[in-house]
Design a protein around this ligand. Structure first.
Ligand SMILES: Cc1cc2nc3c(=O)[nH]c(=O)nc-3n(C[C@H](O)[C@H](O)[C@H](O)COP(=O)(O)OP(=O)(O)OC[C@H]3O[C@@H](n4cnc5c(N)ncnc54)[C@H](O)[C@@H]3O)c2cc1C
Length: 284
């Protein structure tokens, strides 16, 4: 279907983008890579008067080191995240997950900021961002504010970004020397996750010193698997430990039933995929 008609503007600074957003009010829609927004417009599920393109704002793009953190501009594409040496060295879990998104065309257009702002429960970047303890920088009419990932994802397709705000950057604490794996179950025809598990481990001398595990599509929002992490930390990185930890993967989850899987099957998948993700991250 052809999208409805709308005005288009492509500001060159965040301030100009915020001004355009304020002028248009609720009738505006931000476009990043357009890989989720354009299908929504084509299906006429949204009918904005004006579309504000963030693609010409240099400040929103790129990856830099800031002390113990990596700061990733919201408009950085999945492709750039995957190939960036800093992300590969300090946030390997993000690379693992971004590699599984769709196909090369979509990875060249889609952005990290657009993916987390869209907050699709089946989206593959939200759980890794949550697992890595990221902080979101949100720009608004009154300046910038920081929101922790666990407070950012609020419900199905709903985040802490207000209508007059723009997600500017995602800050990720460095996880240097951690091993990571993103294990995903999807239908053959498309790459969206039915369920997926993001796991990052710090293993030393065969012992798991630290563990970060988060789940994709086990609720309306991405979830940390706190029980799994608790069962891993301080124990040997062996099959028995991982089996016991994986059995706790569905604790505190609230999976949906839909055309892809019912809640019971998602619960089963969470346990199986957690076992695989943690084992792969541990090098087993
Ligand atoms: C065929 C297909 C298959 C796909 N498969 C997968 C998959 O397997 N896994 C996966 O994770 N994703 C998948 N995607 C989605 C892809 O990852 C998108 O890139 C991503 O969801 C949205 O990023 P975008 O930059 O294209 O955002 P857009 O589509 O431009 O925007 C998405 C939403 O976020 C808002 N938004 C965007 N940027 C900002 C910002 N900086 N501040 C405030 N609001 C903002 C927009 O207003 C819009 O509502 C797929 C998409 C397609 C078309």
């Amino acid at each position: 279907m052809i999208p409805p008609t709308f005005d288009y503007t492509a500001p060159e600074t965040i301030e100009d983008a915020l001004r355009a957003l304020a002028e248009a009010g609720e009738d505006a829609k931000i476009i990043a890579g357009g890989q989720s927004l354009m299908p929504v417009l084509r299906l006429r599920m949204n009918d904005p008067n004006v579309v504000i393109d963030l693609g010409r704002i240099p400040e929103l793009r790129g990856i830099r080191e800031e002390g113990d953190n990596l700061v990733i501009g919201a408009m950085t594409t999945h492709y750039d995240v995957i190939h960036d040496p800093l992300v590969r060295a300090h946030a390997a879990l993000l690379v693992e997950a971004a590699t599984t998104v769709a196909d090369p065309q979509i990875r060249h257009r889609g952005t990290l900021g657009g993916a987390v702002a869209h907050a699709d429960p089946a989206g593959d970047l939200s759980a890794p961002v949550l697992a890595l303890g990221a902080t979101m920088t949100i720009a608004g009419p009154n300046g910038r504010r920081e929101v922790a990932a666990q407070d950012f994802f609020q419900d199905l397709f709903t985040t802490a970004i207000e209508p007059d705000e723009i997600l500017a950057a995602i800050t990720i604490p460095k996880h240097t020397g951690w091993s990571a794996h993103y294990e995903k179950f999807n239908l053959t025809a498309q790459a969206w996750s039915v369920v997926a598990v993001a796991a990052a481990l710090k293993v030393s001398g065969g012992k798991i010193e630290q563990a970060r595990v988060a789940l994709t599509n086990m609720a309306n929002v991405p979830l940390r698997a706190a029980g799994v992490e608790e069962s891993l930390i301080g124990r040997n990185a062996d099959a028995e430990t991982i089996r016991a930890a994986a059995a706790r993967a569905a604790e505190g989850t609230d999976p949906n039933s839909d055309g892809d899987a019912d809640a019971g099957y998602r619960t089963h998948l969470a346990q199986v995929l957690t076992g695989r993700a943690v084992a792969a991250a541990a090098g087993l």
